[in-house]
Ligand binder design. Structure first.
Ligand code: CP
Length: 318
């Protein structure tokens, strides 16, 4: 099935078939990452530009590794290294980069909707690598891949999302994507950290973490995003940790085969204790490994579209 979209902006836009197609592609590409020579020529001659206006370790590195494993050339611009610090506007910067004929822009930005603004104004494919408090589709996809790998299904599972859901683009992409694939999503957080539109997204709320844990197949723990909090929304980190932190004692009430996930970076000892983060139920580093495969799949599918467009143009002009 060809992937017909120009951009990957969010999981809200994608059909079940498109999500499954990306995940199937990721599973088939994952094997490349275990070879001694981890490179295939699929995107040779393609150019990927990373535009990261917010910090990132996992997403930026894994998109870069993914592009290079598919033989694309990559270039990276960060907020502090771009001419925006000299006063150039976001759109002027992007128009200038567009004039250098890249094939895919990968953008992380603190403003919700920034990748959509870019995608509307450029013929280049745009991938959202996290926009404000809106979506982080590649994270949602790698989380779904990890659940499929560990549980063999998503349909019928209960996924408990714990923590700072209000500020989390990871939560939003997961809530939208997991429900499309048939999961039940339960949210548990202090009332100040629950988004107002949670019920519109179809998620249930369970106020007490200890009531929710025994029913969960997957516990997805989120980072407290202190950088996005406009005011103090918690009495103290210590109280948050006592009431909502996932630790070994709490996990004793969970199903024997529960998996614990976290998108990173972790505030160790706040939302997750080290014994759980590094323990037998943790799927955190599997998420990171699958991040490379999912991002290879995204670039491969968008790159294939570019290639079929280019060959159609060649046929038209022949
Ligand atoms: N999960 C995630 O987006 O991590 P980074 O901020 O390190 O990219």
């Amino acid at each position: 099935m060809p992937f017909k979209r120009k951009d990957l902006l969010g999981l809200r836009d994608l059909t079940v078939e498109e999500i499954e197609h990306i995940l199937e592609t990721a599973f088939s590409l994952k094997e490349i990452n275990t070879r001694s020579i981890k490179k295939v020529p699929t995107l040779r001659g393609k150019t990927v530009v990373h535009l990261f206006y917010e910090p990132s370790t996992r997403t930026r590195t894994s998109f870069d590794i993914a592009a290079k494993r598919l033989s694309a050339d990559t270039y990276s611009i960060t907020g502090s290294s771009s001419s925006m610090v000299k006063g150039e506007t976001f759109l002027d910067t992007l128009k200038n980069l567009e004039a250098m004929s890249p094939d895919i822009f990968i953008i992380r930005h603190s403003s919700s909707g920034a990748p959509h603004r870019l995608a509307d104004r450029t013929p280049i494919s745009v991938v959202n690598a996290g926009d404000g408090m809106h979506e982080h589709p590649s994270q949602g996809l790698l989380d779904m891949m990890t659940i499929l790998e560990k549980k063999r299904r998503i349909d019928g599972l209960t996924v408990l999302i714990v923590g700072d859901i209000a500020h989390s683009r990871v939560a939003r992409s997961n809530i939208l994507g997991l429900q499309k694939l048939g999961a039940r999503v339960v949210a548990c957080a202090p009332p100040t950290l629950l988004p107002v539109d949670l019920d519109l997204m179809g998620a249930e709320i369970c106020p007490r973490i200890d009531d929710a844990i025994p029913h969960a197949d997957v516990i997805m723990v989120l980072r407290l995003q202190k950088e996005r909090m406009q005011q103090m929304l918690l009495p103290s980190l210590r109280e948050y940790s006592i009431r909502y932190g996932i630790n070994g004692r709490r996990l004793e009430r969970a199903r024997k085969d529960v998996i614990v996930m976290h998108p990173g970076p972790i505030n160790r000892g706040v939302e997750l204790s080290p014994e759980v983060a590094d323990g037998p139920h943790s799927a955190i580093l599997d998420q990171v490994s699958n991040g490379v495969a999912v991002r290879m799949a995204i670039l491969y599918l968008l790159g294939q579209r570019e290639m079929s467009r280019a060959s159609a143009t060649r046929e038209e002009t022949a």
